[in-house]
Design a protein. Structure first.
Length: 233
């Protein structure tokens, strides 16, 4: 559900000072409140629910063009270290057992086909397909074991998903800002906020919570800036 709140309008002179010659804002003001992240952009104030993705996004825009490891974003306390000794999808004993079972099944299949035992042959075909698929997932090129993802890989996947979700939430209330972030945030093992030269030159102002700036009552928007909760959680 979307809620509209009354909020203190920006003074015309203050708003004009924050605009670039092309009509975009030279700065984006961000505050952390008990209700979530307050983002002031282009004369509109929006509150986005707090979450890991938003915190990670704020970390990146606070340090433009500085790469941050996905593990650091996923665990800002710094308690997690990179591990590479991830387990194989199938251990040696399991692979040998699969191969022995495949040999037995192929013999059973040949015998069933010899005696025209259609049901027995179908069962053998089905189990052969299942085991062959499992082995192909466990063994990579050159017969090397595929391994379960390391914590770095898991962090990369989780951080990428969280950041893209947060950017989508920003775009719900600030479409142009969302587009800018989508183009300027690079995700991967290392993530970075790196706007291209043709992107707006935004100055991010990350401010401490200010209780006087919080909306206090729901009502008509008349003359005030909109403060909206996106539909997403």
């Amino acid at each position: 559900m979307t809620e509209l709140w009354t909020a203190t309008p920006l003074v015309a002179g203050e708003l004009a000072n924050r605009r670039t010659s092309s009509g975009g804002l030279a700065s984006v003001v961000v505050r952390r409140t008990r209700r979530g992240w307050v983002i002031e952009h282009n004369g509109t104030i929006a509150i986005l629910r707090a979450g890991r993705g938003m915190q990670q996004l704020i970390t990146l825009v606070s340090t433009p063009r500085t790469e941050v490891h996905a593990l650091e974003l996923a665990n800002p306390s710094g308690t997690t270290q990179h591990t590479t000794n991830s387990a194989a999808v199938l251990d040696a004993n399991a692979k040998n057992a699969f191969r022995r079972r495949l040999m037995d099944l192929r013999e059973n299949l040949a015998e069933a086909e010899k005696f025209n035992d259609i049901e027995r042959a179908a069962r053998a075909h089905t189990e052969i397909d299942v085991l062959t698929t499992a082995l192909s997932r466990a063994i990579g090129l050159g017969g090397r074991d595929r391994r379960l993802g390391s914590n770095t890989e898991q962090a990369r996947i989780n951080v990428t998903r969280a950041l893209r979700r947060a950017i989508s939430h920003v775009a719900d209330t600030h479409p142009h800002l969302g587009t800018h972030l989508d183009r300027s945030i690079r995700t991967g093992t290392y993530c970075v906020y790196n706007p291209a030269p043709n992107e707006p030159n935004l100055r991010w102002q990350i401010r401490k919570p200010d209780p006087h700036q919080l909306p206090r009552s729901a009502g008509s928007v008349g003359g005030s800036q909109r403060v909206t909760w996106p539909r997403h959680g």
